[in-house]
Design a protein. Structure first.
Length: 318
């Protein structure tokens, strides 16, 4: 090997060693940085832990004359979602009512030393259906997934009074929590594209809002008021007045049905026990339908959902 070739080889080796040293130094410097970027950050920035949602106490509690129904988001709107939840609640309430009324009759028969005939058992079923029609919404709640829970009940005091259960004790009912409401904001409504501004101006909501809906949607029967809610969707070629008439008619129809049922049931059960022979209870009943006695209802409040354009009307008995 010539001196020139040997010199070139030594120079190549030195150059290679230099590159290797530079690479090692860079690796030592960048490795901690890479570890910090890819692991250090993820260790110091913890993801937020979501707390379990606190549902109202009544959702998971059992009471004899109350029941809870729920329904997921319905593509047909809030009216259909609420109706489904109400139907599920009333289905459970029917069993609770039948058990309660049967229990009352059993208690009375033991006290008087009498037996309940099969005919009386049939009457128990009929009574439970009557009081089921009189059931009403007590509260409601939307969870974080927009699932609607509805609490319905039937009046224990009225059942006891009409079937003669004078020794009945008062039962404890789960107290409803105070709703955290906010005032109705007219500006929110005016930004809506549901109707022209001149129409939106005519909508004046009196009540405060809870979960972005008027409080009476959740509690239409509070503070001694007998009320009902009607909800109508906005449809093409339907004017605001037409939408309002539909919502109001739904609210009034539901309320009048409940009032009428109460009148019928009072006549039904006044003669539930007419006499006793051979230790058995014989009964007669008279049904008197009197729609003319139904109290008229009035529109109490109105609200338009600025996003879905659904119209809510609250109707109450005079």
């Amino acid at each position: 090997m010539s001196k020139t070739e040997k010199s070139l080889e030594e120079h190549s080796i030195e150059k290679s060693n230099l590159y290797k040293k530079i690479w090692d130094d860079m690796y030592k410097l960048t490795l901690p940085l890479l570890i910090f970027l890819f692991t250090g950050c993820s260790l110091t920035v913890q993801p937020e832990v979501k707390q379990n949602e606190q549902l109202p106490t009544w959702v998971n509690s059992f009471e004899p004359l109350r029941a809870v129904g729920s329904s997921e988001v319905n593509f047909q709107g809030i009216y259909s979602q609420r109706l489904e939840a109400m139907n599920k609640a009333r289905n459970d309430l029917a069993h609770n009512l039948r058990s309660y009324i049967t229990s009352v009759f059993d208690s009375e028969s033991k006290t008087q030393g009498e037996k309940i005939s099969n005919k009386s058992s049939d009457k128990v079923t009929a009574l439970s259906e009557i009081f089921l029609n009189e059931s009403y919404q007590v509260d409601a709640y939307f969870d974080k997934n927009a699932r609607l829970y509805v609490l319905v009940e039937s009046s224990k005091e009225k059942i006891d009074r009409l079937i003669g259960n004078t020794k009945a004790k008062k039962t404890h009912k789960t107290a409803l929590s105070v709703l955290k409401t906010r005032p109705f904001d007219k500006d929110e409504l005016m930004k809506s594209r549901c109707y022209a501004p001149n129409i939106l101006k005519t909508i004046t909501t009196k009540s405060s809002l809870y979960q972005n809906k008027p409080v009476w949607f959740f509690r239409p029967n509070q503070n001694g008021v007998m009320g009902s809610v009607g909800i109508a969707e906005k449809e093409e070629k339907r004017t605001f007045e037409e939408q309002k008439r539909v919502a109001l008619s739904l609210a009034k129809a539901s309320l009048e049905k409940r009032l009428k049922t109460q009148i019928i049931s009072e006549h039904e059960v006044l003669k539930i026990v007419n006499g006793d022979t051979s230790g058995e209870i014989f009964e007669t009943s008279s049904v008197v339908k009197s729609a003319s006695k139904v109290q008229p209802s009035v529109e109490k409040d109105i609200w338009l959902d600025p996003y879905s354009c659904e119209l809510y009307v609250w109707s109450v008995a005079k």
